[in-house]
Each structure stands twice: as C-alpha cells, then as structure tokens.
Write a protein that binds this ligand. Structure first.
Ligand SMILES: Cc1ncc(C[n+]2csc(CCOP(=O)(O)OP(=O)(O)O)c2C)c(N)n1
Ligand SMILES: [Mg+2]
Length: 732
C-alpha cells in the first residue's frame, strides 16, 4: 500500500473544524484579517461548518454567545491579532460573566515572527512583548493557549474545548498564521477518523454527595412551606430540576435569569421572582412566606436578586451552585454537582418514601402552592408617575405590543424563543407566559445594551434548523450600537423577528438619571425601518414594518406570524415616557439610594434626599426591596424631582397622591394576603456542621461567620467565589 502523501493528512484548522462540528458548532462568527486568513481558509474546508462574517468583532463575540445559549453547548468566533481580538473582548467578557462557553480563536503572527524582534502591525509597538493579547484576555477567559507547533496542536485544541465546556467560560485559542493550513500526520488522514471527543462531566464525590443529601434532608424535615428558587445555573441541569420538583411537589419560582428553564405549566411553577417587579404581587408574598428555600443554580447579584442574602435568609436556605452546597447558615459541602444532588434528593425526599427519617413533611406539603392559589393574582401596586407613563390617548403603547406578542406569537402553535436586550422591555417580558420549551435569554448580569441583535443572529441560526423561531426585543439605543448585523439576518436566511422599540433614546437611563431629560439620554434620530430596509437591501427573504398605532402593530405582528420563512423587523414607535409599570418605583429606589444625597444634586430635592420626605430604602435592582415587591409601597415618597426637565415637569403632588393610593392598595392586598395565610417565615437551620472537601473526607465543623459565608456565596469581592474548585493549574 502506498504511504500517504502529505496532502492526505488533515491540517490543524480542519481538525479544529471537525471537532467544532462534533460539538454542535455549525456556525462560526468571524471577521477576517491577514493573520487569520489561513485559519479561515482551513475551517472553510470542513463540510457543514458555516463561516458567518459579522460587521465587527464585538458582534462576532455576541453572536457566538447567542449560538452557545441556543445549543446549551459551545459558541465560536474567529478574529484577527489584537485589533480584532480587542474589539471582541467586551463580548467575551460578558460571556464570562454570564457563564456561556465561547471559544475565541485569534489568528496571530507566524511562529517565525514570534521569534523575531520586529515591531508588527496591530501591536502597541513594543516588539519584545508578544503577550499583550493574552494579558488582556486572561481575566475574561478560563484558559489561554497558542498553537505554534504541529505536534501539540491536537492536544491543545482538545484541551481548550474541554476547559470551555467544563468550566462554562470562554477560552482564548491563538493560532499562529503558519500552522492551520499545513497538513500534518498528527491530525490523521482525510477523511477524518477522529477519536470521539470525551465531553467533560462533573462527577460528585460519593461521600460528599451522601453527606450533603443527608444535611439537606434534615434541613427540610418538618418544614411546612418549602420553596424552590431556580437561577441561571439550572441551564445545565433542567431535567434534573424537573425530576426533583415533580418528586417533592413544592412550589417553584424562577429567577429572571432562569426564565424559560422550567416549564411554566408545571404544577409546581408559580412565576418569575424578580425582586421589586414580580407580578402578580403574590409571588413576593410566597417568597416571604417560605420557611425553607432551596436556591438551585442561583447567582446572587443585585440585578436578579436585589439585596444580598442576610443572615435570616441564609438560615432558611439551602444554596446549590456548581459543585457547592450550603445548608443553612452553617454547613458547606464541596464536590457535589448540582445535577447529581437534585437527582439524589428526588429519590431521597420522595413523598412516597417509607423511611421515617426521609419523610420530611415538606415532601407532602403543598404549602406554598396552596398559599399561591389562595392569594389574589393582582399585579404589584406600583406608584403611578405621569413622567414615566405614556400620556392618555397615545396611539400605541408598548404594553399593547407585548400583549399582542403574547397572544399571537406565544400562542403555542409555533415553537418560539425570546431574547431581550437590556432595556425597559426587560422590566416587562418577565411576566410573559411561555409555552413549554420556550427558551428565554437576556444578559441581565453583564448588561450590555446592543447584545441582543447580534446574539440573536447566532441564536436564530442555531435554533432555526430545529424549527424554532426567535423573537428579539431590542431598544433603539442598544440597536444603534450593533445595528450592522440586521443585514446578516436576511443574508443568512434567519426567520427571526426583531421588535425594535423606538422610544426616542435611553428610557432606562431616563428613569435612573438624576436629571431624566438630560441630553445624554437622546440619540440621533434614525429612521429605523429605512435603516433595516437599507441593510437587508433586497438580499434574502425579509419584511420591514414601522408601526405607530395599535391597529398597525396588531397587523404587523399577525403578518410576522404568517411570514414563517422571513426575517421580520418591526419598528414600534412609542412615547419616550412609555415606561414599564415598575419604572417609577425603580427610579425612586435607585435615585434615593445613589444620588439623592450627593451635594451637586441637592437642589433637585430628589427622592430620598434629606430635604425630601422619603422613607424608601433598599438595595435591589435600583435599590428596591422585597418590601416594595410585596406591594408595601410606603406613603410619603415624593415624586422624583424632574424640576429642571423640560419634557418631564415635576408633578410632586400628583405623584405623592399616587404613592398614597398605591400604599392603600398595597395595604389592602397585604390584608388579603394575611387572611390567606401569608405570614412572613421564621428562621431555621440545618443543624450539625460538617464540611466535606473535594476528597470526600469530613473536614470538620463549618460554623461560619457572616463574612466567610458571604464570601462563599460570592457576595464579597473575593477570588474564590461560588465557583467549582479549580483544577490544578486552572484559573477560576
Ligand atoms: C454597552 C453598554 N453601554 C451603556 C450601558 C448603560 N445603559 C443601560 S440601559 C441604557 C439605555 C438603553 O436604551 P435602549 O436600548 O433604547 O432601551 P430603552 O431603555 O429605551 O428601552 C444604557 C445606555 C450599558 N448597559 N451597556
Ligand atoms: Mg430606547
């Protein structure tokens, strides 16, 4: 038999491409540059792998993030040395914060150039330092490596993929220009016969799992009102959560970053717990009434949770995150994968269990669910503020648009997904009723505006083949940051629907600003529908609408539904004051907390300033508290002082009257809730303290101070926060 010629061997880029395909990465988002051309050319040789040119590298990174969210696996972007890689870095950083695995591949100078001492273009000019890119990426990736030899390229590619998938964080893979296109025997012969990629699995230490299971069981034993609160990390263990919730029959709330990860028509499902905004208000009452809370996959941050858990909350909670389990205020376990814990507990806490020690009353209690059913389903009583409300008689409101989206697009006859940009819409869409299996994505923690449009491109290309259509809710301010990708939706054959909210600028910032009508909250006035039309420019199947009335909005959404194979862009024109119902309350909480006592703002008499008659305190999203979430809006809050604003005149008296009315309504709701049995919960803890380390050996009592407990929960700026223990040589 002839020995293979060098051309019969795969090259590094092909090997990488086949690995990506094997992991479900069918689309790679990229911008070319002279350093990555051989890399792109080699990836293009892999049948089934599509290279999608985005308009800039930030958008490549966002699109890769969206792709990864759609598949639950990996996303991938390719950029060029420094200029491209640095443009992408904010997107990669956001994926890091949001725990989305993205492989950020960068074409870098050739191995020969790395050895030389000549200043190369795109560098900062200091020839002796070729590690600038890696230095910049180190804080936003869990692993960085470079392919500069054939012999270890294969190993390093697999290692980089494993790191990203195992840690669910981005990875930087630099590829020297002379490496990817050269066939080499180490990559095997064409057609590829590759050993299957071994997907990394987190396996619990059996002893730690058993100990944690027993502690959790003890903790919930005898509890009458247990509650599950699911956070973003359940993305990786949705089936296990479903099994657990079905087995124990407790009530369940999803946090905003986990909406869509638990079926909303499941008997345990209560709603979305979004402190300050949960609707109906009874959600907050249920949360308060729980005597024991199982936080599963929760990342405690002020955007989805509000104030950090205090000691009282810690005492009535179990927290499972990655490989950690914290039981009550005292016990901590490492080496326990949340997925395995849920499955373990599903058997252990099963109501039918005959073992007396395992027959926690919690498992048979329908406490919270019964309470929820008995409570009125009124929305929270937010104070009305005409400065952040569409004026009477406006031809179109955003609430009408989202009602139509709910009725027409989320009716259940077409598989949909929803993606929401950081914008006023984010305070509205958490109340959407999602049909089972409808993904819902937002970037609530990293919070970049402009993420949704490019991320939606990646998401939609990943999901479309599975017959799922994406709805993107995008603000005009965010769109102006990343609009370039609109043309790619049509060009790539996406059938996503973008609802573009034209409210004449930065509405969220209006209601957070000390001076709402400041010039910085305005944008150049684009004709968005014409922009979209121009960007699509007759390529592909698409339809653009601009709607200014209810009738037009209703018709455009109906048309979008009919145009199943089209990309549809709907510009929705609403008043610049048309804010989500909780916006005024958010403003009051936020401004009073952050601005009211700043000397330079005193003359504005902002809510919460010592000049003003305000009692609102708190630290949630914008300084709101669960108190407010429960509808206990206190009277005496002055209106925001928009006195210097030309378009938002101060209406303190009106707002005060509204706040008083809201307080009365809230008091009435509270009374009804109390009648239904929604008493605030007491404390409780899980008893004896044992820490089981990674090896599974008992490591002694773990009575913790508030400080150390908080560090373990990731509440303090400490390095080892709520993450799994790093592997040797691995960053956290
Ligand atoms: C990249 C980035 N820059 C700035 C901000 C600060 N910011 C948060 S919300 C917002 C305004 C969003 O405006 P728009 O997209 O129009 O949504 P709207 O609030 O009007 O619904 C801004 C500027 C941010 N979150 N991200
Ligand atoms: Mg806007």
């Amino acid at each position: 038999m002839d020995s293979p010629g060098s051309r019969d061997y795969l090259c590094a880029g092909e090997y990488l491409g086949y690995r990506l395909l094997e992991l479900g990465v069918t689309h790679v988002f990229n911008v070319p540059g002279d350093f990555n051309l051989p890399l792109l050319d080699s990836l293009a040789k892999v049948p089934g792998l599509t290279l999608v040119n985005t308009c800039n590298e930030l958008n490549s990174a966002y699109a890769a993030d969206g792709f990864a969210r759609a598949t639950g696996g990996l996303g991938c972007c390719v950029t060029t040395f420094l200029v491209g890689a640095l443009s992408a870095i904010n997107g990669v950083a956001a994926s890091y914060a949001e725990e989305i695995p993205v492989l950020s591949i960068v074409g870098v100078p050739s191995t020969r150039q790395y050895q030389g001492m000549c200043s190369l273009h795109h560098t900062l000019g200091n020839a002796e330092d070729m590690s600038q890119e890696v230095d910049c990426y180190r804080p936003v990736t869990c692993y960085q490596t470079i392919l500069r030899s054939f012999t270890d390229a294969r190993y390093l590619i697999d290692k980089a993929l494993t790191k990203a998938l195992k840690q669910r964080k981005p990875v930087l893979l630099e590829v020297c220009r002379d490496i990817p296109m050269e066939p080499h025997s180490s990559f095997g012969l064409r057609p590829p016969l590759m050993t299957p990629f071994a997907l990394p699995r987190t396996v619990s230490d059996p002893a730690a799992l058993e100990a944690a299971g027993a502690a959790v069981q003890r903790f919930f034993a005898g509890k009458k009102m247990p509650l599950i609160v699911a956070g973003r990390r359940v993305r990786t263990c949705q089936d296990a959560l479903l099994k657990f919730a079905s087995a124990v029959g407790w009530g369940l709330l999803v946090q905003h970053d986990a909406k869509g990860m638990f079926p909303e028509d499941h008997p345990s499902f209560i709603g979305c717990y979004f402190p300050g905004f949960s609707s109906p208000a009874s959600i907050a009452h249920c949360y308060k009434a729980a005597d024991a809370i199982f936080f599963v996959g929760t990342h405690f941050n002020e955007m989805n949770f509000g104030s950090p858990p205090d000691e009282a909350l810690e005492q009535r909670s179990v927290v499972a995150y990655k490989q950690h389990v914290l039981v009550g205020h005292t016990d901590a376990f490492n080496g326990v994968a949340t997925e395995e814990l849920l499955l373990h507990l599903a058997g252990r806490l099963e109501p039918s269990s005959s073992s007396s020690s395992s027959s926690s009353s919690s498992s048979s209690s329908g406490g919270i669910l019964q309470l929820f059913k008995a409570l009125p389903s009124d929305p929270p009583a937010f104070p009305h503020d005409p400065n952040f409300t569409a004026p009477p008689g406006v031809p179109l409101t955003l609430s009408y648009v989202y009602d139509q989206v709910q009725q027409q697009l989320l009716a259940g006859d077409e598989a949909m997904a929803v993606m929401v940009d950081t914008s006023d819409s984010m305070l509205r869409t958490h109340t959407m009723k999602l049909p089972e299996g409808t993904p819902y994505e937002l970037q609530i923690f990293a919070g970049n505006i402009g993420w949704a449009t490019p991320a939606g491109l990646g998401f939609s290309l990943a999901q479309q083949r599975a017959g799922r259509r994406l709805l993107v809710c995008q603000g005009d301010g965010g769109l102006q940051m990343t609009a370039g990708e609109i043309g790619n939706y049509a060009r790539c054959g996406s059938n996503a629907i973008i609802i573009l909210v034209n409210n004449n600028g930065y509405l969220i910032e209006r209601y957070l600003s000390p001076i709402p009508d400041s010039g910085y909250n305005y944008l150049p006035s684009w004709d968005y529908s014409k922009v979209a039309e121009g960007m699509c420019n007759s390529s592909g199947k698409y339809k653009v609408f601009k709607v200014t009335t209810e009738a037009q909005a209703c018709a455009a959404i109906a048309a979008a539904k009919q145009l199943r194979g089209h990309f549809v862009f709907i510009e929705v024109v609403v008043d610049k004051r048309d804010a989500a119902p909780g916006a005024a309350a958010l403003r009051q909480g936020f401004v009073s907390r952050h601005f009211s006592n700043i000397e330079g703002y005193r003359h504005l008499n902002l809510p919460g300033s010592t000049n003003a008659n305000s009692t609102l305190t708190g630290g949630g999203l914008g300084g709101l508290t669960d108190t407010l979430a429960a509808g206990e809006v206190r009277s005496g809050m002055p209106a925001h002082a928009a006195g210097s604003s030309s378009c938002l005149p101060a209406t303190a008296a009106a707002a005060e009257a509204a706040a008083a009315a809201a307080a009365a309504a809230a008091a009435a709701l509270d009374a009804r809730c109390s009648a239904a049995g929604a008493a605030p919960a007491g404390g409780g803890n899980g008893g004896g303290g044992v820490v089981v380390g990674e090896t599974g050996r008992a490591a002694g009592a773990a009575g913790s101070s508030d400080g150390s407990r908080r560090s373990r929960l990731g509440l303090l700026p400490c390095k080892r926060h709520a993450e799994g223990p790093p592997e040797q040589g691995e960053q956290e």
